[in-house]
Write a protein that binds this ligand. Structure first.
Ligand SMILES: Nc1nc(=O)c2c([nH]1)NC[C@@H]1CN(c3ccc(C(=O)N[C@@H](CCC(=O)O)C(=O)O)cc3)C=[N+]21
Length: 295
C-alpha cells in the first residue's frame, strides 16, 4: 500500500485564494481593509523567516501587515504597552506575538494582554475556554489547518478513533478539542504514555506533534490510517547543509498509511493560511460582515 500524499501547499493556496476573494468583498462592503500586526522580539533567524512569510501572505490576500520588530532586551512592560496600543488601534484586526519570547519575558503575561477578540493565534485563555466550551472564538492556526486537511481527506470525521501525540497548549490540546468537536473518539498520548505504538495502532487518525524527528514508525500504524505530521525538525547535515523532517518516519509510514502529510509542504503552509483566515474572521466580526461559512 502506498499512502496518498496530502498536499498542504495546494490546500493552503486554495484557502488563501478564498480569503483573498472574501477580503475583496469585505473591502467593498466596509470601505476598509483587514490588518494583522505581527510582533517579533529579538533576532532569532527562524522566527524572522516565519514573520516574513506571514507578512507576505497577509499582503497577498489584500490585507495590511504591520510588523513590529523589537530588540531582545525589551522589558515585559514595554512589550505589554505596545500590545495595549495595538488593542485599541482600529486598523488592527489581529495581533500575533511570535513565540518563543526571550527568557526574561513571561509569555503568559504577554498573551493575557492581547484583546481576546484580536487574538488570531487563539492562545489567550478566553479563547482556550471558548474552544473547550464550543463558543465562537479563535482557534489556534496549526490545529485548525490540520482539521481542515483531515476533513478534506476523510469527509465526516464522526466516530473515528483519533490519537494526538503531544499535549502542548499550541497544538496537542487544541487539536484534541477540535477532533472531539467533530465527534471523534480522542486519545491524547505523551511522553509518559505506556506502549505508545499499541495506542497509535488503534487510530484511524494520527496527529504527531511531539518535536521528535521521525519518532512514529510505519509499524505503529493501522493500515489505511490518516497521518498528520506537525513536526518541523531541522536536521544538520554535512558541510553546513540542513534539511527538514517531521515527527513521522515518512518512508515506513507512507507504506502503511492511507494518507499522510509531507514535511515540508504539509501542515506548515496551512498554519499561515489559517492565520490570514482568522484575521479576516476577526475583521468580519468587528464590522458585522457576513463571511462565507465554509471558510
Ligand atoms: N505566535 C506564534 N504563532 C505561530 O503560528 C508560530 C509561532 N508563534 N512561532 C513559530 C511557529 C512555527 N510556525 C510555522 C509556520 C509556518 C511554517 C511553514 O510554512 N513551513 C514550511 C517550511 C518552512 C521552511 O522551509 O522552514 C513547510 O512546512 O512546508 C512552519 C512553522 C508558526 N509558529
Amino acid at each position: 500500500m502506498t499512502a496518498r500524499i496530502i498536499d498542504g501547499k495546494a490546500a493552503a493556496a486554495a484557502l488563501r485564494a478564498d480569503v483573498a476573494s472574501e477580503v475583496a468583498k469585505f473591502r467593498v462592503a466596509t470601505g476598509r481593509v483587514p490588518g494583522l500586526a505581527v510582533v517579533l522580539v529579538g533576532e532569532d533567524p527562524a522566527s524572522a523567516v516565519y514573520v516574513r512569510n506571514k507578512g507576505k501572505a497577509t499582503r497577498e490576500a489584500g490585507m495590511l501587515s504591520f510588523e513590529h520588530k523589537l530588540p531582545a532586551e525589551i522589558s515585559e512592560g514595554k512589550l505589554v504597552d505596545l500590545i495595549e496600543e495595538l488593542n485599541t488601534d482600529p486598523a488592527v484586526d489581529g495581533i500575533l506575538v511570535q513565540l518563543p519570547l526571550p527568557g526574561h519575558i513571561d509569555p503568559d503575561q504577554v498573551l493575557l494582554a492581547i484583546d481576546p477578540d484580536k487574538d488570531v493565534d487563539g492562545f489567550h485563555p478566553i479563547n482556550v475556554g471558548r474552544l473547550a466550551t464550543g463558543l465562537n472564538g479563535f482557534v489556534p492556526c496549526t490545529p485548525l489547518g490540520c482539521l481542515k486537511l483531515l476533513r478534506a481527506e476523510l469527509g465526516d470525521l464522526s466516530g473515528k478513533e483519533a490519537v494526538v501525540i503531544g499535549r502542548s497548549n499550541i497544538v496537542g490540546k487544541p487539536m484534541a478539542q477540535l477532533l472531539l468537536g467533530d465527534s471523534c473518539t480522542v486519545t491524547i498520548a505523551h511522553s509518559r504514555t505506556r506502549d505508545l505504538p499499541e495506542v497509535v495502532r488503534r487510530a484511524d487518525i494520527v496527529v504527531a506533534a511531539v518535536g521528535r524527528p521521525e519518532m512514529v514508525k510505519g509499524d505503529w500504524l493501522k493500515p489505511g490510517a490518516a497521518v498528520i505530521d506537525v513536526g518541523i525538525n531541522r536536521i544538520a547535515g554535512e558541510g553546513g547543509n540542513s534539511h527538514l523532517t517531521g515527527d513521522v518516519d515518512f518512508t515506513s509510514a507512507s507504506a502503511v498509511a492511507g494518507a499522510i502529510t509531507p514535511v515540508p509542504g504539509g501542515v506548515g503552509p496551512m498554519t499561515i493560511a489559517c492565520l490570514i483566515r482568522n484575521t479576516l474572521v476577526s475583521a468580519a466580526r468587528r464590522d458585522s460582515f457576513a463571511l462565507d461559512p465554509a471558510l
